[in-house]
Ligand binder design. Structure first.
Ligand code: LMR
Length: 340
């Protein structure tokens, strides 16, 4: 009985917190003067793919709702970092986040599909996945619903590449004894282990310092994240490995989302749809630009892999499938492979 009462109070607090910001949700009508506030927190730079797309989303929402909804975007882990962003969403302290999907491992280990080595062929394959029924099963999962979260859309970033400050990474043996920064989860730990390297989970906001101070020797990320975090300054060798992906999904606090007046919610959904199209385009364009910036920085040596060298990585990383194939589930892995 006491437990039930406590649960009731907690739910009430969460709903009140979700509705407390802005002029709507609590019963009052959202107006230009007293708009409904959507707090959108993320960890990357303002000029990153996600930074640009979320700012455009905020503009589109303002246009479509005629100023009745205001999206407040908090970039660069300003409000919440990797460790607490998801908790803040569940508790309703923020209303929308767009994390790299592997960070959802806390709720559902299947989101680590994105880290499975060489699973995606190219960008087209990733986009087919975003639009597929298999992707919908992740967005509509019980694990999210049970935590009062809704997944609304996939946002893209791109393929990850390895970098280090120590020596060129041309073959699996070159990883031996090095330590890498990982985003989250056991799959990435297993990936580095299969290459003979160690890893440490370090939040995105602390990675530059960790690389600079030598807490870790290397990292893996997309061109755009590497460039907009200025890792050129603290890394020397960059291998074009495309061994895994880094993509996002948009998650909202469910009571908050469902508490919005229907007409407003539809306008926000429309804005999100447009912002998503734009985000996909930005992911291609900005990663291309960032690749040029990295090459032209004069600070990192960019290394290509021959077909044989790539095959050696595919083989060396096979143990990750042996260890995690069941966790990620054959349905999801085969569903993704079938979209090639
Ligand atoms: C990372 O931690 O490397 C990425 O998840 C950051 C991001 O959101 O792109």
């Amino acid at each position: 009985m006491k437990k039930l009462l406590l649960l009731g109070v907690i739910s009430l607090i969460a709903i009140l917190a979700a509705c407390s910001s802005g002029g709507s949700g609590g019963g009052k009508e959202a107006t230009k003067e007293n708009p409904l506030i959507i707090k959108f927190s993320h960890v990357t730079a303002i000029d990153s793919v996600k930074g640009k797309a979320s700012n455009r989303f905020a503009e589109l929402v303002a246009e479509k709702t005629d100023g009745r909804v205001k999206v407040e975007v908090y970039p660069s882990s300003q409000l919440y970092g990797d460790a607490d962003e998801l908790d803040a969403l569940v508790s309703g302290n923020v209303h929308m986040i767009a994390p790299s999907v592997t960070k959802m491992v806390k709720l559902d280990p299947r989101w680590q599909y994105v880290d499975m080595p060489f699973l995606f062929e190219d960008e087209d394959h990733a986009r087919k996945f975003f639009e597929s029924d298999v992707a919908q099963t992740l967005l509509n999962s019980d694990q999210l619903a049970n935590n009062d979260i809704m997944g609304l859309a996939f946002w893209e970033n791109g393929f990850k590449h390895f970098s280090t400050s120590k020596h060129p990474l041309q073959k699996p043996e070159d990883f031996k004894g090095l330590k890498f920064r990982a985003q989250a989860g056991k799959v990435l730990e297993s990936q580095f282990k299969a290459l003979g390297a160690g890893s440490a989970t370090i939040s995105f906001g602390e990675t530059y310092a960790a690389l600079q101070q030598g807490t870790v020797d290397g990292q893996e990320n997309t061109f755009n994240n590497f460039d907009t975090q200025k890792y050129q300054e603290v890394q020397k060798y960059f291998t074009l490995s495309e061994h895994g992906r880094l993509d996002y999904a948009i998650f909202v606090n469910k009571p908050f989302w469902e508490g919005m007046p229907k007409d407003i919610r539809e306008q926000v959904e429309e804005a999100l749809k447009e912002a998503t199209d734009l985000e996909w385009q930005l992911a291609s364009d900005e990663n291309k630009k960032s690749f040029e910036n990295i090459k032209n920085s004069g600070k990192v040596e960019v290394l290509e892999l021959t077909k044989e060298e790539r095959d050696a990585f595919v083989k060396a990383l096979q143990p990750v499938y042996d260890e995690f194939g069941d966790t990620i589930t054959p349905e999801l892995l085969n569903g993704i492979r079938d979209l090639k």
